[in-house]
Design a protein around this ligand. Structure first.
Ligand code: ADP
Length: 398
């Protein structure tokens, strides 16, 4: 079975074609600047040269068509015909309270997704456009939706309710949902395998640290709490997102600077985080370099970031009454040994010691704690596309 995994953003589309016989990636790529001048498709076929197509992509229909063409291209393709694609798995950002697991996309599911779009106006509409484009270009091919929020639907009420008037939860579904669920699920499962423990008897704290970041408490295979909330803005300090801020500071600032809700939203999501504190960049590599050069605000940004991750790990160890393993994943979590060290330096009370050699390794799943560490610490590269493809296969096999 060959599964095409699609992740449609508002002006981008990422894809992977996965052969489920051995879970190998046949091709992957990225369409950028859809509907914007300068569109391009970067296509990476396995075993062949990478190629960039620069035809203008007016909309997602055109982008999906170009991806199909690239996959069957005589020089750069990996299949003879698109008929070899058995199913399409879509990453869908928000499944609201409707979807606690992946689903086959039907008309009823699409209607429910439309409703969820109100909760994720930047993401879900693009996901729906991608689904419609595939229906048009590959009619009859089953499509599956895999939600960023689904894994966290097991959070208990005490973790997901905000202390706002209850009527707003009833009327607008304002509550904590959590995101990056596909990643937290994957790395927590992999962690249990590495620890050689049953997944349903393991307590892990997973730290997905990329441009966006979240920490999740996974008890016995279920998410019981996570740092992102109603939107992916809550929680940690991120590349450009503020994370937790006293809500009164926001209303105060709006009054002082005469800001509209949209302007404030833009500041919180695009101009804050480590970019906001440092004034240097949203990319942690740039900030680490600036800090090494003596830039104090860059140093402060890294400190605030790491301190907050460490506090959340402490909170979740308390929430689960213990923890077997802490997992680092995503761009920063997988690659920055110094960030992992700074975070783990706060965790001596958990009996954590790192092994500096293993902490310096890159690009593979590895245990980085020392043999005498009471809680084990793992680095596990995330693979959301593989989870989407596996869910797609599993639903079709049923
Ligand atoms: P996204 O959330 O966009 O998927 P990624 O998971 O790809 O993001 O993570 C991107 C972040 O990871 C960037 O801020 C980047 O600086 C950081 N990163 C990647 N490699 C390194 C590294 N070697 N050292 C420090 N940070 C890194």
């Amino acid at each position: 079975m060959k599964v095409l995994v699609l992740n449609c953003g508002s002006s981008s589309l990422k894809y992977q074609l996965i052969n489920m016989e051995d879970e190998s990636v046949l091709a992957k790529g990225l369409c950028e600047r859809i509907g914007i001048e300068g569109s391009q498709l970067k296509h990476e076929p396995e075993g062949k040269d990478k190629v960039v197509f620069t035809d203008y992509m007016e909309d997602h229909d055109v982008a999906v068509k170009m991806v199909m063409d690239a996959l069957v291209d005589p020089n750069h393709g990996v299949v003879v015909s698109v008929k070899e694609i058995d199913a399409i798995g879509h990453r869908v950002v928000h499944g609201g309270e409707e979807f606690a697991s992946s689903v086959v996309i039907t008309d009823a599911v699409k209607a429910a997704l439309e409703k969820c779009s109100e909760l994720a106006p930047l993401h879900n509409p693009a996901n729906l456009i991608g689904i419609a484009a595939c229906e048009k270009l590959m009619p009859g091919v089953p499509q599956i939706g895999v939600f960023d929020t689904a894994f966290h639907q097991t959070m208990p009420e005490r973790a997901y309710l905000y202390a706002l008037p209850y009527e707003y939860y009833e009327k607008y579904k304002i509550r904590r949902y959590g995101f990056h669920g596909t990643s937290h699920r994957f790395v927590s499962e992999e962690a249990a395998k590495m620890l050689d423990r049953p997944y349903d008897q393991t307590k892990t704290i997973t730290c997905h640290l990329g441009n966006g970041g979240s920490v999740c408490a996974v008890r016995n295979g279920k998410s019981i709490d996570t740092t992102m909330g109603f939107t992916p803005l809550e929680g940690l300090v991120m590349g450009t997102r503020a994370g937790d801020v006293d809500a009164a500071a926001i209303t105060y600032l709006m009054q002082k600077e005469n800001l509209t809700a949209q302007e404030m939203d833009n500041i919180l999501n695009k101009k804050s985080g480590v970019l906001g504190i440092s004034g240097v960049s949203s990319d942690f590599r740039d900030i680490e370099a600036a800090s090494d050069d003596g830039n104090e605000r860059a140093g402060a940004a890294l400190d605030v970031f790491a301190y907050k991750v460490a506090k959340r790990i402490g909170a979740y160890a308390a929430a689960m009454n213990g923890v077997d393993a802490i997992v680092f994943t995503a761009g920063l979590g997988e690659n920055s040994a110094s960030t992992r060290t700074v975070i783990c330096n706060y965790l001596g009370y958990l009996g954590i010691h790192l092994d500096s050699y293993h902490n310096s390794l890159r690009g593979k799943a590895v245990e980085i704690s020392a043999p005498d560490s009471r809680v084990r610490v793992l680095v596990i590269p995330t693979n959301e596309e593989l989870v989407i493809a596996r869910d797609t296969k599993e639903l079709l096999d049923k």
